[in-house]
Ligand binder design. Structure first.
Ligand code: HEM
Ligand code: HEM
Length: 197
């Protein structure tokens, strides 16, 4: 007999990988970002709602920053932001037709999370100081910065809207790739919190 620590079989086979707060964060973020994006495009009459969707995203991002430091292990940035060595080693295994087995974000997925959060932060920051000089759709902090910054923010806010669309497309594409190529279901754990491993 060895002294190996014993883990109940049910824990290793079907363990919780995403905590409830992180799951709520994710699905609320999806609602607020999709809603905000559509309202941004189909404004300007819906701009007040667009702003509220944006404020929701700001609150969610602030929560995620805190959770990334004090949250459970898989939510912590330190647990999934990996150096180039780990990313390259993982990328080499990407084509293999088998599940990654990752108990949280894999090294490549970790950076896609950082990219999504960073672009969202830039999107809301530029939104706050946008001034299209139409006296309607002016960001609430536009007067705090110069007209040059207002114009720069306007261009960036529009461009970032496209970047976000591409990133979300890649994000959902990656989930499909895992589901159908690697036969790994990532969506159920983001709903129930639990992953069969
Ligand atoms: C506007 C659309 C979306 C945004 C902005 C978004 C953003 C994110 C972010 C930031 C994370 C990282 C979670 C964290 O640790 O904080 C994440 C993870 C995840 N998202 Fe989304 N998401 C979007 C749409 C979707 C959709 C439509 C699905 C389902 C098809 C989905 C499924 C997932 C899954 C399964 C994960 C976990 C991936 C893993 O196992 O590493 N997301 N998403
Ligand atoms: C993740 C959050 C956000 C997303 C996805 C988003 C997206 C968009 C999009 C797609 C547009 C239309 C751009 C175009 O016509 O090409 C837009 C316009 C605009 N957004 Fe946002 N936005 C967000 C947050 C915010 C926030 C927080 C504010 C300010 C409180 C804001 C203020 C504006 C304003 C003032 C415009 C109109 C600019 C114009 O008239 O051209 N946005 N946004």
């Amino acid at each position: 007999m060895t002294d190996m620590p014993q883990t109940p079989a049910s824990d290793t086979e079907n363990s919780q990988i995403w905590d409830p707060a992180l799951r709520a964060f994710h699905w609320l973020l999806v609602l607020a970002v999709v809603g905000g994006w559509l309202l941004g495009h189909f404004g300007p009459l819906k701009m007040t709602l667009h702003f509220w969707a944006g404020y929701t995203v700001i609150a969610l991002l602030l929560f995620r920053l805190v959770w990334g430091v004090i949250g459970p292990r898989n939510a912590r940035f330190a647990s999934f932001i990996k150096g180039p060595g780990a990313v390259i080693a993982y990328a080499r295994t990407l084509g293999a037709r088998k599940a990654s087995g990752a108990a949280g974000h894999n090294p490549l997925g970790g950076w896609s999370v950082v990219a999504l959060l960073a672009v969202l932060a830039a999107q809301v920051a530029t939104g706050l100081i946008v001034d299209p000089e139409d006296y309607i759709n002016t960001g609430p902090l536009a007067e705090q910065v110069s007209a040059d910054w207002n114009r720069w923010a306007l261009g960036m806010h529009h461009k970032l809207g496209v970047v976000l669309l591409v990133l979300v497309g890649l994000h959902v594409g990656a989930i499909f790739f895992y589901r159908f190529w690697k036969r790994e279901d990532l969506v159920t754990p983001m709903i129930t919190g639990r992953k069969r491993r």
